[in-house]
Write a protein that binds this ligand. Structure first.
Ligand code: NAD
Ligand code: UGA
Length: 444
């Protein structure tokens, strides 16, 4: 089985590498020549744990290659996956120009026995319109839709052990070839569901919107906790023990970011609006998440006596989540830019040393480690829940800072441990009551 993947980004690269790990011959194609050159040299252009080792292993086994040459990579392929980006347009709808451009480029070279599979997240009806577009060009091939559910940072584990595989197909051939591609997952009894094209397309948007709504919900409950002295972490744990609710995606924080939830909720709203269907819960989720970033700035200001002008702010973590270098729609962008406008002096440490972050915050100093970033800080703000921040010694930090104030927008510390460190502390959905610390005990 020869697999070609068009688009070598967070999804295309991981998918291609994992298909090679399944044992198939894979060619990954991108029109970004410098990305392909990097990959050919063994340099991985994104931060995704474990990806470098799998690339090396499968490239050495000669099952994995990288190219910019569409013609050569497509003509012998049994199956072609399209995994190019579908970002938001300014009106909130999905920008499908990369998808259609890649179809135009692939179409002249596809062999008629191949199956074309859309993996990019696309609005309902897109796969069918791609098939029509190919027919209009005289290209008769089977077209399918296979949504991807991986999360950045744990992408390999998610791809190799998914909760389910959804396959929108309209022919026995597409069903047969896609069954072969995912056969390695049969050993784990992974549910594999065949649906219509439209059902598969909507399943992807509905899943992302539901997860986004769960996050927006717990963030609003966090606000309520702050007004009635409840603890949102404990409320989330209590809720999550109910199997009908589930314990995941109930972590309160600065609001969801990333390249997917913001754009996919907005695209879902857009095409529902166009069909005259009011998705009021999705609409409220979008509004709630947008206002979250403003609320987080207000929280920081309140902790700093409403004045950050001239203050040294140490920001720990700027990527939209841990274990990635991805900055797309990260809450940190809004929060840091707002604080800069108010005259704050910002210093950043992010464990990914993200090039994207360094470009976005080009005028800001980046440190090599968390401790140095906190030297002489008036306030330390945690924006991303990187594991290494959980292991920081707060006592050591306290020696470095000018003023022991910690704003933790990811709730990574327990209130008791912060109390023992001497920091003033402000988190999300939990009220911090500073207690007196005396030799080994804490008293009020
Ligand atoms: P990305 O921007 O990281 O990668 C897209 C790649 O496609 C880029 O490298 C770009 O150069 C390349 N490209 C664009 N046009 C091309 C063309 N004509 N020929 C060859 N290459 C081309 O995007 P991504 O994050 O990997 O997302 C891809 C799709 O997968 C999107 O629809 C997204 O919604 C969906 N998705 C993403 C994730 C995720 O975690 N990032 C998870 C599930 C689904
Ligand atoms: C998300 C989905 O989880 C994937 O299933 C999906 O494939 C992907 O979008 C996509 O379609 O592209 P991802 O964006 O990589 O994956 O990251 P998540 O782990 O879902 O986190 C998204 C955002 O929500 C992050 O900003 C994260 O910090 C935030 N989040 C997540 C919370 O604030 N609380 C939580 O409990 C979970």
């Amino acid at each position: 089985m020869k697999i070609t993947v068009i688009g070598t980004g967070y999804v295309g690269l991981v998918s291609g590498v994992c298909f090679a790990e399944f044992g198939f011959d894979v060619i990954c194609v991108d029109n970004n020549a410098s990305k392909i050159l990097d990959l050919q040299k063994g340099n991985v252009p994104i931060c995704e744990p474990g990806l470098d080792k799998l690339i090396l292993k499968n490239a050495q086994a000669k099952r994995l290659a990288f190219t910019t040459n569409i013609e050569k990579s497509v003509e012998d392929a049994d199956i072609i996956f399209i995994a190019v980006g579908t970002p938001s347009k300014s009106d909130g709808s999905a920008d499908l120009s990369y998808v259609y451009q890649s179809i135009d480029e692939v179409a002249p070279f596809m062999n008629k026995d191949a199956v074309l599979v859309i993996k990019s997240t696309v609005p309902v009806g897109t796969t069918r319109s791609i098939r029509k577009c190919l027919l209009d060009k005289g290209v008769v091939v089977d077209v399918a839709f296979n949504p991807e559910f991986l999360r950045e940072g744990v992408a390999i584990e998610d791809f190799m052990h998914p909760d389910r595989v959804i396959l929108g197909v309209e022919s026995d051939k597409a069903k047969r070839i896609l069954s072969q591609v995912y056969r390695p997952l049969y050993v784990f009894n992974t549910p594999i569901m065949f649906t219509s094209l439209e059902t598969a397309e909507l399943s992807k948007y509905a899943s992302n919107a539901f997860l986004a709504m769960k996050i927006a919900f717990i963030n609003e409950i966090a606000d309520l906790c702050e007004s009635c002295d409840a603890d949102v972490n404990e409320v989330a744990t209590a809720m999550g023990l109910d199997k009908r609710i589930g314990d995941q995606f109930l972590q309160a924080g600065p609001g969801y970011g990333g390249s997917c939830f913001p754009k996919d909720t907005s695209a879902l709203k857009d095409f529902a609006d166009k069909l005259g269907v009011n998705l009021s819960l999705v609409n409220e989720t979008i509004k709630s998440n947008n206002s979250r970033r403003i609320k987080m700035v207000e929280k920081i200001l309140a902790a700093c006596n409403n004045d950050v002008k001239g203050k040294n702010i140490s920001v720990l973590g700027v990527t939209f989540k841990a274990n990635t270098d991805d900055m797309r729609d990260s809450p940190s962008i809004h929060i840091i830019n707002d604080l800069l406008q108010r005259g704050a002096n910002i210093k950043i440490y992010d464990p990914s040393f993200s090039n994207q972050a360094m470009q976005i915050f080009s005028g800001i100093e980046f440190s090599n480690n968390a401790y140095d970033n906190c030297n002489e800080a008036d306030v330390v703000i945690i924006l991303t829940d990187w594991s290494e921040f959980r292991a920081l010694s707060l006592r050591e930090l306290n020696k470095r800072v000018k003023n022991p104030l910690l704003v933790d927008l990811r709730n990574i510390y327990s209130l008791t441990e912060v109390n023992a460190s001497g920091f003033n502390y402000c988190s999300v959905g939990r009220i911090f009551k500073k207690l007196k610390f005396t030799e080994g005990t804490i008293t009020s």
